[in-house]
Ligand binder design. Structure first.
Ligand code: G3H
Ligand code: 13P
Ligand code: ZN
Length: 307
């Protein structure tokens, strides 16, 4: 099956109250773990690549890994650019075969975000590629874009933004943030705001970034075996289920993959100090990615058996 567009995936998700997981990929083990989970659950998948991932692995390697994955797995798979910073990057990945791009103008003033997004939409739509944009700002670091605090998405602006840019999906800020330290106190998301945006943009797919749950079992394991991931806190999984029922069609997960791999590798190193064959620890790390993603698909996103 060739790479696909998110269009049908999101239609199914929107109308049936589930979401598609968008998982960040950086190397072969991560790609394989996610694909194996998708196959086991018969779930559509979005694999996304950040600027950092492109720099680390190289776009050519990522594309070749995806080609291999598509030959092995008979699943609908989207290859998406995560947090595209400018028009040129979006253009490059579109020409390289990505089926979906995010243009992240969230750090720009409203009118400039509109102009940049519009430019990407014009180029992408001419080539059948999906465009995600972002309005509002998440606290934390997104590649080279960083923000001190959350600026929640204004529902009226969201409507105007979508109308004027023609973007296909919109990432909104309702209290999530990137990384492992999302909440100081009790986790809270602005569901009222989400529901307002959904009611003003009926049928329109929304995207939730910064949606890792920072699974306690992996935080505990990482810390137990020499790590120092103190006070990490993510988005509770029932919040994600609720978001999926309220118009959020794409849920972004990266930190949970990083934590799962690191925890398992730390444990392995502690328990087998004599080992030095990378396959011995990358194998269990890949298995941990598979199991974690499978859990998300089945118990949180609800996208099992939706192909
Ligand atoms: O939004 C951020 C993603 O987790 C990607 O992170 O830029 O370190 O690859 P990265
Ligand atoms: P997390 O850091 O919560 O995994 O968010 C990932 C993300 O939004 C990638 O764009
Ligand atoms: Zn993000």
């Amino acid at each position: 099956m060739p790479l696909t567009s998110p269009k049908e995936m999101f239609e199914g998700a929107y109308h049936n109250g589930y979401a598609i997981g968008a998982f960040n990929v950086n190397n072969m083990e991560i790609v394989q773990g996610i694909i194996q989970a998708g196959e086991a659950e018969q779930s559509p998948l979005i694999l996304q690549v950040s600027a950092g991932a492109r720099k680390y692995a190289g776009q050519r390697y990522i594309i070749k890994l995806m080609e291999a994955a598509l030959e092995e797995a008979d699943l609908p798979i989207v290859l998406h650019l995560d947090h595209g910073q400018n028009f040129e990057i979006c253009k490059e990945v579109i020409n390289g075969g990505f089926t979906s791009v995010m243009i992240d103008g969230s750090h720009l003033p409203f009118e400039e975000n509109i102009a940049l997004t519009r430019q990407v939409v014009d180029y992408a739509h001419g080539r059948g590629v999906w465009v995600e944009a972002e309005l509002g700002r998440l606290a934390g670091v997104e590649d080279e874009v960083s923000s001190e605090e959350n600026v929640y998405t204004d529902p009226d602006e969201a409507v105007e933004f979508v109308e004027r840019t023609g973007c296909d999906s919109l990432a909104i800020a309702i209290g999530t943030s990137h990384g492992a330290y999302k909440f100081k106190g009790k986790p809270q998301l602005d569901f009222e705001r989400l529901e307002k945006i959904t009611s003003m943009l009926p049928g329109y797919p929304l995207v939730l970034h910064g949606a890792s749950s920072v699974l306690p079992e992996f935080v505990k394991m990482a810390n137990q075996y020499g790590g120092n991931v103190a006070d990490a806190r993510g988005v509770p999984e029932d919040f994600l289920r609720k978001a999926a029922r309220s118009g959020v069609c794409k849920i972004n997960i990266d930190t949970d993959i990083r934590l799962a791999m690191t925890a398992v590798i730390r444990k392995f190193f502690r328990e087998h100090p004599e080992e030095f064959d990378p396959r011995k620890y990358l194998g269990p790390a890949r298995q941990a990615v598979k199991e974690m993603v499978q859990h998300k698909i089945r118990n949180v996103l609800g996208s099992s058996n939706k192909i």
